[in-house]
Design a protein around this ligand. Structure first.
Ligand code: ATP
Length: 490
């Protein structure tokens, strides 16, 4: 619109000057120069508008479209309720929430969740990627950040919305630790500008802006970004477990004709380690295979073939083998049994779905803060740490590299015992303690606990196998399910 108007006015001026006999040569030259500079700036990305602006009704994604992320959605929704009830927040003088950081592996639905957040708060949604801010030219990134916030405000105002959600994907590119990149000045300026913009957001603004950012590497982020008042809510978006995968498969097959023999539960069992994006691609591939065959409906064989296609086509980074998953189940069961032995009721969940860097994990009921640790407590912790490796040895006949972190922790507890004068060598001066003696004492502490754990697990081989089988089928056991199995119930 503005463009057409300027061209019209420009032409009008030229005709007027020509009609009155003026020499318009210099004016034309000046005009051409201006157009050339604008064109260059645009192709170099110096002038940039963020085109992926969408109103909530165009986004059309709600939390119901995100599968297998119940815990993450719950957390996100609680945070968003803060915004929806901003009058109450203002009345109580609570600091408004400005940023939410979604962390987790690729393709797990972080973008989807940000869109659903916009839908939930009836906000305009702007989506950008961290890489869009980075240019060779100093100051360009910072200017883009300013424009992004401006655009969010303007778009919301134009559409009569009270809220705007800005989604920044791959924030680690823009928000990495300052002073670490080669062209650090540009990166730092861009990040500083983002911090300035976020600090400037207030509860009284005409348009309330919420920044939702996503990253696979939260450890790379500059600590300034995680300070209160910026991204002070972190929501982990994990790979879906079996039930989550069934839910996602249901979502992505709801618009597809399925034959009666399709067993989504079976497909979910075969797709351990798949993300939401993989499952979406799987459903799509299955439909393509059915179309190629000219079949009226998608059958189970199409899905099974599509799994191979997704796995073999290199779409999956890495998929643990069945043997590996079994070993992980044995390992986690070992930890859980010991945890339950030394502190009944302490296991809250066991899962063999990969989380973060771990292939599986047990979650323990959080303990109260402890300022003093007794000898028994420290020895019990060591036993829990060692139980994973010992369980592997008892059930699988050998250990694996999966226990390296556990050992590190066990050694740390053993060192605390030695330093605290609770080992067999009594009170020591840590600075003058000979390395050899320290090493031997720690080894003996670890060995004693290892034997204790071995005796406990050897006695419970049967129940351990039962728990492992159950875990392999459902991928996750609640603390209560685990305790029932341990007590011999089915
Ligand atoms: P990245 O980190 O690579 O940006 P992401 O976590 O943002 O990935 P999305 O872009 O949200 O992932 O997901 C890509 C596509 O995968 C979605 O458009 C959707 O079709 C599908 N998908 C991913 N996760 C889910 C989920 N939890 N429920 C339903 N569909 C999902």
């Amino acid at each position: 619109m503005l463009k057409e108007l300027s061209v019209g006015i420009g032409l009008g001026v030229v005709v007027f000057l020509l009609a009155n006999g003026y020499n318009i040569g210099p004016l034309v030259l000046l005009g051409l120069l201006g157009i050339g500079t604008y064109y260059l700036a645009q192709t170099r990305g110096l002038v940039k508008t963020f085109s992926k602006v969408t109103a909530d009704n165009e986004v059309g994604v709600s939390f119901a479209d995100v599968g297998g992320q119940a815990a993450a959605i719950q957390e996100l929704r609680e945070a968003l309720d803060f915004i929806r009830h901003h009058d109450e927040i203002k009345r109580l003088g609570i600091r408004p929430l400005k940023g939410i950081l979604l962390t987790g592996p690729p393709g797990t639905g972080k973008t989807l969740m940000a869109k659903a957040a916009a839908h939930y708060t009836d906000a305009v949604f702007l989506s950008v990627s961290g890489s869009e801010f980075i240019e060779m030219y100093a100051g360009v990134g910072a200017q883009r950040v300013r424009r992004l916030f401006q655009e969010a405000r303007e778009t919301a105002r134009k559409r009569g919305k009270r809220y705007a959600v800005i989604f920044i994907d791959e924030i680690d590119i823009l928000g990495g630790k300052r002073g670490q990149t080669t062209s650090h000045l540009e990166y730092d300026q861009t990040l500083n500008q983002l911090l300035v913009e976020m600090d400037g957001l207030g509860i009284d603004d005409e348009v309330l802006i919420l920044v939702v950012a996503a990253t696979n590497r939260p450890d790379m982020l500059d600590p300034a970004l995680l300070r209160p008042g910026r991204f002070d809510r972190q929501v982990r978006v994990e790979l879906p477990d079996r039930e989550g995968r069934i839910e996602i498969l249901r979502l992505h097959t709801r618009n597809k004709p399925l034959a009666d023999d399709v067993d989504l539960d079976g497909i979910a069992r075969e797709t351990f380690g798949f993300s939401g994006a993989h499952l979406e691609s799987l459903a799509n591939e299955a439909a393509i295979l059915a179309m190629r065959e000219g079949a009226p409906e998608i059958r189970q064989v199409h899905f099974l073939e599509a799994i191979d296609k997704v796995v073999m086509g290199g779409k999956l980074d890495r998929r643990p083998s069945k043997e590996e998953i079994r070993r992980v189940a044995v390992h986690e069961t070992g930890h859980a049994i010991l945890s339950e032995m030394v502190q009944p009721g302490s296991v809250s969940t066991i899962t063999v779905t990969p989380r973060g860097n771990a292939l599986g994990y047990i979650r323990q009921v959080p303990e109260d803060d402890k300022y003093l640790h007794t000898q028994d407590y420290l020895e019990d912790r060591i036993a829990i740490c060692l139980a994973g490796a010992v369980a592997e040895e008892v059930v699988c006949g050998s250990r694996s590299t999966g226990a390296a972190n556990d050992f590190e922790q066990a050694v740390h507890y053993a060192e605390t015992l030695v330093r605290g004068g609770m080992s067999e060598i009594g009170i020591v001066a840590p600075g003058t303690l000979p390395q050899e003696l320290k090493h031997q004492t720690i080894s003996r502490i670890l060995q004693k606990q290892e034997e204790r754990v071995r005796a406990i697990l050897n006695e419970r081989q049967q129940v351990m196998s039962r728990i492992v089988e159950k875990l392999l089928v459902s991928e996750k056991l609640s603390g209560q399910e685990f305790r029932n199995l341990l007590a011999g119930e089915n």
